[in-house]
Design a protein around this ligand. Structure first.
Ligand code: GSH
Length: 215
């Protein structure tokens, strides 16, 4: 089995986290670039990859994986030697899966309600309980050490570090010192710096291409 992966990527989006993870893993990959400002994610051929028109998506060995949590779990397991995914049998495997799932199943839905200034419903109906308790849970977890799972850096840190970076900067999550310090630790790593620079360049190129097309 080849381990060469294709990442469908658009700059400064959730696929930037997946790209950062690929660099952290030292993975072998190629990019299929989408200009979302030109609507390429909502046109064929991309809709054949992900009918939802969302990034990230990866293709590997004939299979497509969408949804950032699934993409992260898949890639970190595929490059297991990078040790960014606690293996089955490791006591950190459960907490690792738990925090990956919290990101997709609780944190993101809570953010959307927050952004839309929407009532998430009663705590028993809402998939994340209530917003303040969720934020406290995350802050308490991050108070326990340098990384989400303590002293071990994992793929979950790439997901959460980058996620908390854009959500604090958009004012969706409070800029608590525990969040800002953690974001700084994750986003100052070489992989994240490299992707930020790459995306800035790519976004400028895409904007110029779009402007050149306009009459
Ligand atoms: N549930 C998806 C959400 C992905 C998502 O919202 N991606 C945004 C980019 S940050 C997107 O592709 N938006 C394009 C659009 O819907 O037009 C996941 O976790 O991967």
């Amino acid at each position: 089995m080849s381990r060469r992966v294709t990442l469908f990527h658009s700059p400064n989006t959730r696929s930037s986290g997946a790209l950062t993870l690929l660099h952290e893993l030292g993975a072998d990959f190629e990019l299929s670039i989408l200009n979302m400002k030109a609507g390429e994610n909502r046109q064929q051929p991309y809709l054949a990859v992900n009918p939802l028109g969302k990034v990230p998506a990866i293709r590997h060995d004939g299979a497509v994986v969408t949804e950032q949590v699934a993409v992260f779990l898949y890639l970190a397991d595929l490059w297991a030697e990078a040790r960014l995914a606690p293996a089955i049998g490791d006591p950190l495997r459960g907490p690792y899966l738990r925090w990956m799932a919290i990101y997709g199943a609780s944190f993101e839905p809570a953010l959307i309600d927050k952004a839309m200034q929407r009532d998430g419903g009663t705590a028993s109906m809402s998939v994340y309980g209530d917003y303040d308790t969720l934020i406290t849970l995350i802050a308490d977890q991050l108070s326990g050490g340098q990384w989400l799972l303590g002293s071990r850096f994992t793929a979950a840190d790439v997901l959460w570090g980058i996620g908390l970076g854009w959500t604090t900067s958009f004012g969706l999550v409070p800029k608590l010192p525990v969040f800002m310090d953690y974001v700084a630790r994750v986003t100052s790593r070489p992989a994240a710096v490299r992707v930020r620079e790459f995306d800035a360049h790519l976004a400028a190129e895409q904007a110029a291409a779009l402007a050149a097309e306009k009459p």
